[in-house]
Write a protein that binds this ligand. Sequence first.
Ligand code: NI
Ligand code: MN
Length: 228
Amino acid sequence: MTTKVTWYGHSAVQVSTEMVSILIDPFFSGNSMAPVTAADVGADVIVVTHGHSDHLGDTVLLARRTGALVVSNFEIVTYLQKQGLEKLHPLHIGGGKSFSWGRVKLTMAMHGSSLPDGGYGGVAAGVLLNLGGTTIYHAGDTGLFYDMKLIGDARIDLAMIPIGDNFTMGPDDAVKAVSLLRPKMVAPMHYNTFDVIEQDPNEWAAAVERETSAKPKVLEPGQTIILE
Ligand code: NI
Ligand code: MN
């Protein structure tokens, strides 16, 4: 099965197969790097890693328009229910669910998770997707943690990890993360959207080439890569 992955800047990622189109952290409004608006994208499923507005993003708007199923942690799903959404599936850290189109598992992340109304969003998560044998890890927002080594046991085809520093791990820790995760391919995210997270992704990619066996892939916003 062919899996297409498109990066929209920040942590907004679309993963599509013949069976499903999944949007992770659909932050378009206010995303200075997004080449499209929320009105331009479709989805069958939306996965939200945590409640911060640069990740929850346009979830409510998009789910209303597309009728997409939203998968997130229990607290965020409860919040979305109060916003009037009905197609929701709650998970929590360490738990996964196999759907007809693939499996979604929430993994730990070292980060906060408050909701736009100031409410408690549970704990922040990362996401492991398994779609027809292809494994994709989206780390959400996180600092470096050693248990990434356990997450790497899933044999990750593509990892998407933050490199921006300030709110998440920065470039140096993100190289260590790649060593722990051992993915075949890795793409940086959560950088250059705001002044405080400015980074040179190509410099980071060169360090990944030097210090790990993963293939770094720096994406342009809107660029799609195909995983066979
Ligand atoms: Ni965050
Ligand atoms: Mn963030």
